[in-house]
Design a protein around this ligand. Sequence first.
Ligand SMILES: Nc1nc2c(ncn2[C@@H]2O[C@H](COP(=O)(O)OP(=O)(O)OP(=O)(O)O)[C@@H](O)[C@H]2O)c(=O)[nH]1
Length: 350
Amino acid sequence: MLDLISHIVKISSCRDRTEINAAVVDAMVNLFHPQALTIYRCYASKGKTVVFACAGWRANSRFVHNAYLPDQQYCQPIERDPLLQRCRKERSAVFEPLADGSHRIVFPVNRLNEPIYLLDLSLTEEFAADLRISLMGLIEYFDNHIALLEYGESDTLTGLASRKTFDKHLFELLGKPAVDEAPEQSVKAHPMRRRGTSGQESHWLAVCDIDHFKRVNDNFGHLIGDEVLIMLAQVMRQTFRFDDQLFRFGGEEFIALLQPTDQTSAAATLERFRNAVEQQIFSRIGHVTVSIGFSRLMPNDTPTDVIDRADEALYYVKRQGRNQVCGYESLIADGRLVARQVAKGEVELF
Ligand SMILES: Nc1nc2c(ncn2[C@@H]2O[C@H](COP(=O)(O)OP(=O)(O)OP(=O)(O)O)[C@@H](O)[C@H]2O)c(=O)[nH]1
């Protein structure tokens, strides 16, 4: 009991998904001695579910990956593992005996009737009743702690990540802090292939702004305006890939941080989103459009640098009549914008 409490205290001190996962792995390994353990984060989009093995224990060693950046090599479609798939369908714990006499048990952590995490344990023997109660209690605690964290990280209107979390995500993307402890131990059995590795790939940041949104508020009222924002967030979730990061940046401005790809693919993804918004019928008001400016994420960028470039491209779109996608780099290359002189000191401020 004391052990359980000290682990709960440790987990409760964590304010970051990666740290929480690491602390939960430690707790489970110390308390329940599994042969293997994996914490999967689940991403459901466009009718498909992808699981990301973000932390776990295998061959007597812990692995922890950055929980905010689902690395493709540790992701797989859920149907590749029938037990995980069954757990998703049943939304409750599922059990499977293994050939060596041990067994595997998977617990879901559900949100709005959809698993957001799966905890997969391989155990040598049946638990005594008190251990089973401790395990269930620990998983319930994990669920509640993640719910609190989500509340703090999300924009309350749209449910997208809020501006508050943006800098953290961006710094992690730029810096990729060394949280991977034993990547060779992680699940690589069926890695998802990243498409088109051309060597020209980088992350891209897009600023998306609803056109003439003030008119929506003025003509239909703020409640309808809010509905438009909620629906736009839904279109965003349906259009982008599960590992692209989406934020409501404030007001009617949204940000998409795209996983590495080339400029043509980034432009095509954003064009697909622009078109999806244009085609969407928003109840009461009909159609709205978005203007989008985007820019490549450079290694020495601060959040402000890349946002400023994407914003310049966005202002260009607004001046040109709105409802378009423009990339800062292309606008500079063909002379439609003049490159900004970035006055930076020798010392980067991060
Ligand atoms: N309903 C609602 N409106 C918001 C929210 N946040 C900001 N707004 C409104 O968004 C509008 C933004 O207006 P502007 O910045 O003038 O831009 P615009 O009308 O979209 O025009 P362009 O960007 O030039 O196409 C303002 O009317 C704000 O009040 C919100 O959370 N809910």
